[in-house]
Write a protein that binds this ligand. Structure first.
Ligand code: DAK
Length: 266
């Protein structure tokens, strides 16, 4: 694995389990364009690996103080409107790459998760947070609006009223409140953050990777479709999974009252 990154670390934590650490703790891991490019390259590296080599991606922030305190305000302060558009498009396309990865992408969130950082976490498949995490979209305090998909993904995560409230006030939510409104799945003490993520990963790895990849596809596509189309898309994907070696093994194992031995083969 390449180690060419300055603003992130990409490391294999266990067999096929990758950690992408946002690594600018001196700026509370604020996202600049170089970091966005590096995240994009790292995701591309993983997308080119087969399942045996890349099974799950965890995204986390270096240091205890922040996951990501937002897009880099210093860099943004010099942008004109055309450059801002490219910056927003770059961030949006990088985060969209998490959705296109077939493997689960988990955000392990510690400390400040603000603006672009909250948008990055929202682009992950789910979020596990430490008790000290704080979530918010404070862009209005800077005279900006969220530009990395926040007004879209927050809406899906917490509903239109909470999305408006958070975006209009720039108010920060505690991890407990973020869980109550559905932004976060699980909240644990900081020391338990990575062990909890690893427990979830253990559960994921015991299941069919084919079925997980196709569930992810169906859920992500449903977000962009009207209900009838989403349901018919799910039926298509559901029928295609019956072709897989994993589905035969999973159902056979149930009937034989044994644990399935999934090969990850379609
Ligand atoms: N950008 C750049 N540097 C940041 C930063 C950020 N977002 N957040 C923190 N830092 C830097 C600080 O400047 C400081 O650097 P030095 O002064 O030491 O050089 C260092 O990190 C430590 O921060 P503090 O000294 O401020 O630490 P505190 O504990 O006192 O405060 C804080 C922590 C998180 C409350 C505070 O740092 C803070 O308020 N940070 C800014 C939070 C924020 O507003 N985040 C949202 C950013 S706006 C768009 C595309 C994207 C976006 C919008 C539009 N388009 C292109 C249209 C996204 C926008 C955002 O994300």
């Amino acid at each position: 694995m390449s180690n060419q990154y300055q603003n992130i670390k990409l490391e294999q934590h266990a067999n096929g389990v990758w950690f992408l650490t946002l690594n600018r703790p001196q700026a509370l891991n604020a996202l600049n364009s170089q970091m966005l490019n590096e995240i994009s390259s790292a995701v591309r590296e993983l997308s080119e690996m087969d399942y045996d080599h890349a099974k799950v991606l965890v995204i986390t922030g270096a240091g205890e103080k922040a996951f990501v305190a937002g897009a880099d305000i210093k860099e943004m302060s010099d942008l004109n409107s055309d450059q801002a558009k490219s910056f927003a498009e770059k961030g949006q396309s990088v985060f969209h790459e998490f959705n296109l990865l077939k493997i689960p992408v988990i955000a392990a969130v510690n400390g400040f998760t603000l603006g672009g950082g909250c948008e990055l976490a929202l682009a992950c498949d789910f979020i596990i947070a430490s008790e000290n995490a704080k979530f918010g979209l404070p862009e209005v305090s800077l005279g900006l609006i969220p530009g990395f998909g926040g007004t879209v993904r927050l809406l899906n995560a917490v509903g239109i009223r909470k999305a408006r409230e958070m975006t209009f006030t720039g108010e920060l939510l505690t991890a407990a409140d973020a869980k109550l409104c559905g932004l976060v799945s699980t909240v644990v003490p900081l020391a338990e953050l990575i062990p909890t993520v690893m427990k979830k990963i253990e559960m994921i790895l015991s299941k069919s990777s084919v079925a997980i990849g196709l569930s992810k596809k169906s859920i992500n596509e449903a977000a962009d479709l009207e209900i009838e189309k989403a349901l018919s898309n799910e039926a298509e994907i559901f029928s295609s999974v019956f072709e897989s070696v994993d589905s035969k093994e999973g159902m056979q194992a149930f009937l034989e009252k044994r644990k399935p031995n999934f090969s990850g083969k379609y």
